[in-house]
Design a protein around this ligand. Structure first.
Ligand SMILES: *[C@@H]1O[C@H](CO)[C@@H](O)[C@H](O)[C@H]1NC(C)=O
Ligand SMILES: *[C@@H]1O[C@H](CO)[C@@H](O)[C@H](O)[C@H]1NC(C)=O
Ligand SMILES: *[C@@H]1O[C@H](CO)[C@@H](O)[C@H](O)[C@H]1NC(C)=O
Ligand SMILES: *[C@@H]1O[C@H](CO)[C@@H](O)[C@H](O)[C@H]1NC(C)=O
Ligand SMILES: *[C@@H]1O[C@H](CO)[C@@H](O)[C@H](O)[C@H]1NC(C)=O
Length: 443
């Protein structure tokens, strides 16, 4: 006997054994056993529904009973007096959404006061919801001389920053070596140690930037015969993270998202390129202010280096003119050039070898890239192709650099230009005198 036979035999053994085991209702004929089972199922369903209704009524009764005993200190919803109340009485499901726990913790009370403070309850929300919800904000947050424009969003931002700074200023609680709290607080507190910063003045820049790049023309400790443009540019870009002449980035290749491409873009201007040039009083007064700013920062450094005299003043003026001249040459080119359309397209890429040859070898791009990407120098050979974001900028730039590199005077201009990019970049990190000057031009 197979298993199939056993099953059939079991199936045939009806639990109702009477001869007329079928019932006929209209056109349909049922077995009595099926009717019996169907009836039991319908009965069970009805019982479940009745239980669910009883349960729902009970739960609701308990909730309504709890509410008066534990009246919230502050109404969780400010809409309690208006139409909302009527709505939630006639619709039991809304009642379950209103929190019934009392608002008696400090954060909850603060949030409630904040929400209430911003309301203007003299206005009907149905007429003007915005004024109802936010109409009290301006009165509750009057503008101050240092904060002319405050919105609910910026207020949250400022409050969060304040709380964060208060947290960072608080002494370290978890002081183990691996404690993130200790690391973050020490880092922030070292940046905020203005007193030490004030005492050091420009010294960190003189010692840690100007010395390693081989001195500075204005301080008279720079030697033009040992000037090596490629080397100085690499120091400025790689060691000091400062853009001069151009910048480098890595992006996903627009034509093949599995690959990445090195991009070169213009950079190294103290102002937007449209502010250079000679036409118009506005531009002239902007460039005059800018040169004054350059001169002021340079003079501060000469004071802090302890070499300030009439000769350094004269060299400072030459420094300002040199750096401005190079920026001006770059800006004037940018005024007449267009961005490269689809820079990642193969026909628009250029090889590092081409770029170097175009520079008359005064800038070795392979050598430069190996230093910039020192983790993976093997990726860069003279055949490596890179994207150029501004049409023609590098074709223009390299001959300019080559031209400047060909004379001692030109080398001095390149040097002063690069030192200026460093000064401009780092001034905001030095003492208040420096920071103050950067504010004049940058804000
Ligand atoms: C509330 O709105 C009314 C009508 O717009 C206005 O007159 C009143 O000054 C507002 N109150 C506050 C505190 O802003
Ligand atoms: C400048 O550098 C050149 C070559 O490196 C060297 O011969 C010369 O003595 C240096 N001059 C000064 C003043 O250091
Ligand atoms: C300039 O420095 C680079 C290294 O950054 C070096 O490869 C190159 O030979 C140097 N050029 C001169 C003329 O010394
Ligand atoms: C590039 O070098 C060649 C040969 O050394 C020279 O004739 C040419 O003037 C140079 N070009 C620039 C822009 O310096
Ligand atoms: C090269 O420099 C000289 C002198 O600074 C300048 O007169 C000339 O126009 C420059 N040439 C190029 C191609 O930039």
């Amino acid at each position: 006997m197979t298993e199939g036979d056993t099953y059939r035999e079991f199936d045939n053994a009806s639990i109702i054994t009477s001869a007329d085991a079928t019932v006929v209702i209209g056109r349909y004929k049922f077995r009595k056993r099926d009717l019996l089972l169907g009836g039991v199922a319908v009965l069970a369903l009805i019982v479940i529904i009745i239980l669910a209704i009883v349960l729902a009524v009970e739960v609701n009764k308990n909730r309504t009973a709890e509410a008066p005993g534990s009246a919230p200190l502050v109404q969780a919803t400010p809409f309690s007096t208006v139409t909302y109340k009527e709505t939630h009485q006639s619709t039991p499901f809304i009642v379950t959404e209103v929190p019934t726990a009392p608002c008696d913790t400090v954060p909850c009370l603060k949030a409630a006061v904040y929400a209430k403070m911003n309301l203007n309850q003299t206005v009907d929300p149905c007429d003007d919801f915005y004024t109802f919800a936010c109409g009290g904000f301006a009165a509750a947050n009057p503008s101050t001389p240092d904060l002319l424009y405050l919105t609910p969003t910026t207020k949250i931002l400022f409050d969060n920053v304040k709380q964060m700074m208060a947290f960072f200023d608080y002494p370290v609680e978890r002081a183990t070596a691996h404690s993130y709290e200790r690391k973050v607080k020490h880092f922030i507190q070292s940046c905020n140690n203005h007193f030490d910063k004030m005492n050091l003045r420009g010294q960190p820049f003189i010692d840690k930037v100007l010395k390693p790049i081989g001195g500075w023309y204005v301080l008279n400790n720079w030697n033009v015969s040992s000037f090596n443009f490629t080397q100085q540019l690499k120091q400025v870009h790689v060691d000091y993270w400062t853009t001069a002449f151009f910048g480098v980035g890595v992006r996903f290749n627009h034509n093949d998202w599995n690959k990445r491409v090195v991009e070169l873009f213009y950079g190294g201007l103290g102002m937007h390129y449209r502010y250079y040039g000679e036409d118009g009083n506005l531009v002239t007064s902007i460039t005059d202010m800018y040169k004054e700013y350059m001169r002021n920062l340079a003079q501060l450094i000469t004071f802090d280096a302890g070499v300030h005299d009439t000769e350094t003043d004269a060299r400072t003026n030459i420094f300002v003119e040199d750096a401005f001249e190079v920026e001006n040459v770059i800006a004037n080119f940018l005024l007449t050039s267009a961005a490269q359309w689809e820079p990642h397209n193969p026909e628009n890429l250029r090889s590092l070898g081409d770029l170097t040859a175009n520079c008359n070898n005064s800038l070795d791009f392979v050598d430069y890239m190996k230093a910039q990407f020192s983790d993976a120098p093997e990726h860069f050979t003279s055949a490596t192709q890179v994207a150029i974001l501004t049409h023609g900028y590098f074709l223009f730039l390299c001959p300019v650099i080559a031209n400047y590199s060909s004379t001692p005077e030109g080398k001095r201009k390149l040097h002063n230009y690069m030192v200026w990019q460093l000064v401009n970049n780092y001034a905001a990190d030095l003492s208040w005198d420096y920071v103050h000057y950067t504010r004049v031009i940058k804000h």
